[in-house]
Ligand binder design. Structure first.
Ligand code: SF4
Length: 319
């Protein structure tokens, strides 16, 4: 039966809700976006650990361009609660549809993999689980606690869904005390209806603000993609909104179109424009900013966490 269901899953379209959409031309990538595939032994070792522990990674599911570099340093970002998302964001390559039941062994398996990879810092992300009463909050908390038990020195960053209409869910995750609470705002409010139709901009801002209310010492982080057609002023306003919510760390990266059925790329933002966003973001008070064409939420997350801690220490020393 399991085999039959798996086979059916493999033959279903990955994004059924996008099948009726007209094809969008896929733009040729500029030189500054090119990345090389990796064939290193460490890359293969990471791949084997992921496979042996039945893990799903956002690196693979999202077709991340940085996988060669990250996996060669054993940096894999686990995606928990299955490989199927209940939302249908227009930019995302993660499979959509009706997800399977949660795997009760997953928190332990993730913890084992984190220990085997000997990670200093781990990023745990997940699909959206609107089908669950708590949006999967307890499962995320259990995963944090399982990692803490086996790898007490490892710092933990969670990249969570928005828990829209899931009262009490955020509190469960914050109570488990991740070191970094990340929730991506993804785009400016004017593009929500086409880019992130199942989400609400101000709900996401409020979610981040609420984390700081619950635990002012917890680092908060958010990220957006550029290249959907947003204006510079809209991005600057979004930065102000995130700062009003007390967000510490901002990531900005280029949107890349996974298939011709996904949202089209309006344009490729130049490295100079990314640098200019970084300067603006620092002037608005973010403790840390990562802004480059290939920046992703979890890209260089371990080095960035060390820089984030240092930035806070410096800020405390000055004040
Ligand atoms: S940037 Fe993040 S998602 Fe992409 S390969 Fe690296 S760890 Fe994985």
């Amino acid at each position: 039966m399991v085999t039959l269901l798996d086979t059916l899953k493999d033959t279903r379209p990955r994004h059924p809700e996008k099948q009726h959409r007209p094809d969008q031309p896929v733009l040729k990538k500029p030189d500054w976006i090119r990345v090389r595939a990796s064939t290193s032994a460490v890359f293969t070792e990471t791949k084997n650990i992921v496979k042996e522990n039945n893990l799903v990674t956002v690196c693979e599911e999202a077709g991340c361009p940085n996988i060669g570099e990250c996996w060669s340093k054993k940096h894999a970002t686990m995606m928990i609660m299955g490989d199927t998302c209940t939302r249908a964001c227009a930019f995302c390559n993660v499979r959509t549809g009706k997800p399977d039941a949660l795997d009760p062994d997953e928190p332990e398996n993730v913890a084992k993999a984190v220990a085997k990879l000997a990670l200093k810092h781990v990023v745990i992300t997940s699909v959206d689980r609107d089908d669950l009463d708590d949006g999967g909050a307890q499962h995320i908390a259990d995963t944090i606690l399982a990692i803490r038990a086996t790898s007490p020195e490892t710092t933990i960053e969670v990249l969570t869904p928005d828990f829209l209409r899931k009262n009490g869910a955020l509190e469960i995750v914050v109570k488990a005390k991740p070191d970094v609470f990340n929730h991506n705002i993804e785009t400016v409010p004017g593009h929500y209806l086409t880019v992130r139709p199942g989400a609400r901009y101000y709900h996401s801002i409020r979610l981040l603000e609420r984390v700081k209310e619950l635990d002012p010492t917890m680092f908060t982080k958010s990220g957006l993609m550029v290249g959907f057609g947003e204006t510079r002023n809209e991005v600057l306003q979004l930065m102000d909104d995130l700062r009003s919510a007390g967000v510490d760390f901002l990531t900005i990266g280029q949107y890349l179109q996974p298939t011709k059925k996904h949202h089209k790329i309006d344009r490729f933002i130049t490295p100079d424009e990314f640098k200019s966003f970084e300067t603006a973001a620092y002037s608005k008070g973010f403790l840390l900013v990562s802004s480059s064409p290939l920046t992703r939420s979890s890209y260089h997350a371990d080095e960035d966490f060390a820089r984030l801690r240092l930035a806070r220490e410096k800020q405390i020393a000055v004040n």
